[in-house]
Design a binder for this molecule. Structure first.
Ligand SMILES: [Zn+2]
Ligand SMILES: [Zn+2]
Length: 381
């Protein structure tokens, strides 16, 4: 079913022109064509991604194609599995396709419309529509239609993929008393609102500055308070609530920071070297309080001798408070990072090491560092 945008006459299928008022249905036929093209692009993308998927199954190491495939795959996922995203992409496409037309939404059926008198898709009288606004959060937005004769508010409920509008609540313009733009306190924050009395009750609707010119046109007696700006927003918040919120936020930040950085320092028993003229400097060890079950021992090894050294390893041992060995671990010096020469430690050079010693029961309190040479590799190289 379609409707003539000029006179509202109902047709079963889109005709070339309206037989009542003579309106030519050029835009509408173009719109249908646009939707067909949009769907065709989707099908073509789907086919391409299937072909790519088949091709990738038989050819490994084709990273660019993989990226392309994933991209196209996601476009299709978004467009055809999520109605919300599909609607968004489709309306972008239609806006591009029509350039300047189809810029508004019909408050009744939510399809894109031009400056017509009647909605082509549902026949709603657009002439009286002054504005249609989506307000509030992403998860439960509220839609408000400002109409010459009434204000309608649609509350919504959201599922994972879609937002559904509920039946509108309607307020007749002629029955609205004392309209006012002001700040209204909600559960958490105070935000701009449209307040009025209706049927002896106070009604509060969400407000956006875009609505102001229309509201001024609808209500010559509108009282409006300045509601723009971040500072203004802050000033108008409930002081107690905002203090509690900031406090909770700070506690969270401090707590999380402590959680992720809290360390227990371990004490060093001794450092020694089996290789002459090697010295361990700046050694320290710690355990993350809320981290994995190991201790991390770091330090530097300096070559004070005149020989070039290869296969230098660091042996780290963890002891409990009674002086018993809990665990140990050997690691090579981090020569590739610290030394320009690769795997050797030249005279005068210093290299960093980091060893991770397992400590499942958090027993280790002391540690030793011993530097030695890996003789197996020395003899076999
Ligand atoms: Zn007509
Ligand atoms: Zn409509």
């Amino acid at each position: 079913m379609v409707y003539c945008p000029k006179c509202g006459k109902k047709f079963l299928e889109t005709p070339e022109s309206c037989d009542f008022c003579g309106e030519i249905f050029q835009e509408e036929n173009r719109f249908n064509k646009g939707i067909k093209i949009f769907d065709t692009i989707g099908v073509i993308l789907a086919v391409i991604s299937l072909i790519l998927a088949y091709y990738l199954r038989n050819n490994k190491n084709t990273t660019l194609l993989e990226v392309l495939f994933i991209l196209i795959f996601f476009i299709i996922m978004f467009m055809f599995l999520s109605k919300r995203v599909r609607g968004y992409v489709q309306s972008l496409f239609i806006r591009l396709w029509f350039k300047g037309q189809k810029t508004k939404q019909c408050p009744q059926c939510e399809n894109l419309v031009s400056d017509d008198k009647f909605c082509f898709s549902c026949g709603y009288k657009l002439e009286n529509v002054k504005g249609y606004y989506k307000l509030g959060g992403r998860f439960n937005p509220v839609y408000v239609e400002l109409n010459k004769n009434y204000i309608r508010m649609f509350k919504t409920y959201s599922t994972r993929y879609e937002t559904h509008r509920l039946e509108p609540i309607e307020y007749k313009i002629s029955d609205i008393k004392d309209p006012e733009i002001n700040w209204c306190e909600a559960r958490l924050f105070t935000s701009p609102c449209l307040k009025f009395s209706y049927d002896l009750k106070e009604i509060i609707l969400p407000y956006h500055p875009r609505m102001k010119p229309v509201l001024e046109e609808l209500f010559p007696n509108l009282i409006s308070t300045e509601v723009g700006g971040l500072i203004n927003w802050f000033i108008n918040q409930n002081k107690t609530k905002i203090t509690i919120l900031i406090t909770i936020f700070l506690i969270l930040v401090v707590g999380l920071n402590y959680y992720f950085t809290a360390k227990t320092e371990l004490s060093l028993i001794s450092t020694s070297s089996e290789i002459p003229n090697l010295e361990v400097t700046n050694s320290s060890a710690y355990r993350m309080v809320y981290g994995p079950n190991n201790i991390i021992i770091t330090g530097n090894v300096k070559n004070n001798g005149k020989k070039v050294l290869k296969y230098v390893q660091v042996y780290c041992v963890g002891y409990d408070s009674a002086g018993e060995i809990v665990n140990q671990h050997s690691t090579y010096l981090n020569l590739y990072k610290d030394s320009n020469s690769g795997e050797i430690l030249k005279p005068g050079e210093t290299a960093y090491f980091e060893a991770h010693v397992d400590d499942y029961n958090h027993q280790i309190v002391k540690y030793k560092v011993i530097v030695y040479q890996d003789t197996f590799w020395m003899e076999n190289s």
